[in-house]
Design a protein around this ligand. Structure first.
Ligand SMILES: NC(=O)c1ccc[n+]([C@@H]2O[C@H](COP(=O)([O-])OP(=O)(O)OC[C@H]3O[C@@H](n4cnc5c(N)ncnc54)[C@H](O)[C@@H]3O)[C@@H](O)[C@H]2O)c1
Ligand SMILES: O=C(O)CC[C@@H](O)C(=O)O
Length: 528
């Protein structure tokens, strides 16, 4: 018998399969404290949660029998994936079931904003018949900017088309082809800011998307723009939004999600006449809750019964002998991918992974997943992991080519990764150096020796006297300390690269200054 614990309110209809299963005992215990959950979790084979239960390392530590944690929804921010992976617990989610619900809430927010519905309702129920204060705008012929064109963003685009809106879309993985199919014009964030009447965000919250819409973006916006966030708190800078409303740039905003949830009672959004708020209701429809509960219940049954399953968000088991060979390379592989993605000017369209030396003796697919995860995580953040990395690449039309080579160029093992995008090709090679750990040994065609960690500045320049000095003084003026420095070139006076490691992130204005120095083609900051 399998014991399954449901620790958050999850739709009964969705759970029916589990309730009917003869080999399952289902317990529903909601509102447990961490202590209470830690005390009982040791009895269970599966745990089903929504977003309230925090599955902390302590819970996982106490979960001696647990085989699977099922999240009825998309975000797994409430589950400690690292701890679950280390303990061999599979974590699954239900990424598709609440797409329409969240899309429809977004459309509702857009209409409520355009016609002041919540504000007008509030006044009318007090007996005031105020028709003058609530003159709205039509959606027809307005420009809608959608940032993040994944599942939800794409559905919003389809519905907004039906309202006669013109749509500008930005997503690093949005191709001309797909944009055309969706009736969306490919745009940059800047263009969206300059031209949109409504802007809605549908990205995950990652280091790259945190404060994606902040002061500089608001400064570029059209007067009277309306802003919607039904994705994750923090993608839109809350303070900058308030300033943009005060400055008369933003006419209204609608937020379902907040940096801190629930927001503190004196949060400035809560009583603001121009801001509509809802308590993270995107997925709160009967249908969505049934969908996500059904999806997750079916998957949990598959896992408990050792049947094939999908939507796992952490790591599958790898045979011990293969693991022993590959594990030392996982960190290197992931960092190489992340390094390369930051070197490239646009999101990957093709990733070529080539292994040489002893690595060619085993199935390197788990290592490839780490590399692909490293590349994709630059744009997808924690939504991509080693279980779903290949799937994420496939659905975004990113072609993965694997090669094995006998030429290890003097190294026991060598991993070479090439990233192709929009006609650009960049590559790096890395290895584990005995006694020194992971090393990047080649960047494009230049031999280097760089530890893939911390803050790295990569400079493409012309090999001319004085460059090192000019760069050093700009960095010095900004208080940035250079820890190490290497220069690589093929011919005297030709194209060259410089790799600097610095002690802390370089301020954006310093990066701008560096990029404007003479004889410098490009300066990129790589953070690992
Ligand atoms: N309010 C709610 O209750 C609710 C419900 C479901 C989902 N969500 C949230 O909505 C968001 C979107 O969900 P989804 O299912 O559409 O996810 P998805 O993975 O299908 O789509 C996200 C898209 O964002 C894109 N992206 C990543 N970084 C970007 C960047 N810097 N600029 C532009 N685009 C970028 C990705 O390429 C991807 O296509 C997620 O944050 C999810 O957690 C909220
Ligand atoms: O209502 C929920 O469970 C959260 C919904 C949503 O944010 C998700 O991540 O799926």
């Amino acid at each position: 018998m399998f014991k399954v614990l449901v620790s958050d309110p999850i739709s009964d209809q969705g759970l029916q399969k589990l309730m009917d299963a003869e080999d399952v005992i289902l317990d529903k215990k909601t509102g447990l404290s961490e202590d209470e959950l830690a005390e009982i979790i040791g009895d269970y084979d599966a745990l089903l949660v929504r977003s309230q239960t925090k599955v902390t390392p302590r819970i996982i530590e106490a979960a001696h029998k647990l085989k699977v944690i099922g999240r009825a929804g998309v975000g797994v921010d409430n589950i400690d994936l690292e701890a679950a992976t280390q303990k061999g617990i599979i974590v699954i989610n239900a990424p598709d079931g609440n797409t329409i619900a969240t899309c429809e809430l977004t459309m509702g927010m857009m209409m409520a904003l355009a016609r002041h519905i919540p504000q007008a309702y509030k006044k009318t129920i007090t007996g005031e018949w105020d028709r003058k204060s609530f003159v709205g705008v039509e959606l027809r012929s307005k420009v809608l900017g959608i940032i993040g064109m994944g599942r939800i963003g794409s559905e919003v685009a389809k519905r907004a088309k039906a309202f006669g809106m013109e749509i500008l879309g930005y997503d690093p993985f949005l191709t001309e082809d797909r944009a055309e199919k969706l009736g969306v014009t490919l745009a940059t964030i800047d263009k969206i800011c300059e031209q949109a009447d409504f802007i809605t965000v549908h990205t995950p919250l990652t280091n790259e998307t945190r404060n994606l819409i902040s002061k500089p973006q608001f400064a570029k916006m059209k007067k009277g723009v309306r802003i919607i966030n039904c994705a994750r708190g923090g993608i839109i800078d809350e303070e900058a939004l308030l300033e943009a409303i005060d400055a008369g740039i933003v006419a209204g905003a609608a937020f379902d999600v907040f940096v801190e949830e629930p927001p503190r009672p004196d949060h400035p959004f809560l009583n603001h006449p121009k801001i509509i708020v809802t308590p993270h209701l995107g997925a709160s429809t009967i249908e969505a809750q049934e969908n996500v509960a059904t999806d997750v219940a079916e998957e949990v049954l598959h896992i408990l019964r050792d049947e094939p399953f999908k939507n796992a968000v952490n790591m599958p088991p790898v045979p011990a002998n293969v693991m022993a060979k590959l594990q030392p390379y996982f960190l290197l592989g992931e960092r190489m991918g992340h390094f390369l993605a930051q070197m490239a000017d646009s999101a990957a369209q093709e990733i070529v992974v080539s292994f040489s030396g002893e690595l060619t003796e085993v199935d390197t697919s788990p290592l490839t997943r780490y590399i692909v995860k490293g590349v994709l995580s630059h744009h997808l953040g924690s939504d991509v992991n080693i279980i779903n990395a290949m799937h994420m690449a496939k659905i975004r039309d990113v072609n993965i080519i694997r090669e094995k080579s006998t030429a290890s160029k003097g190294f026991t093992n060598l991993i070479t990764v090439t990233l192709r995008s929009n006609g650009q090709e960049r590559s790096i090679a890395g290895t584990l150096l005995n006694g020194y750990g992971p090393r990047i040994v080649k960047i494009d065609q230049y031999p280097v020796d760089v530890a893939p960690e911390g803050n790295i500045i990569l400079v493409s320049h012309n090999d001319k006297p004085g460059i090192v000095g000019r760069l050093g003084s700009v960095l010095g003026d900004s208080g940035t300390n250079i820890a190490t420095m290497q220069v690589g070139r093929k011919v005297v006076g030709g194209p060259a690269i410089m790799v600097l490691t610095v002690d802390k992130p370089v301020p954006p204005e310093t990066m701008q200054q560096l990029n404007q120095l003479p004889d410098i083609a490009q300066v990129k900051e790589i953070t690992l």
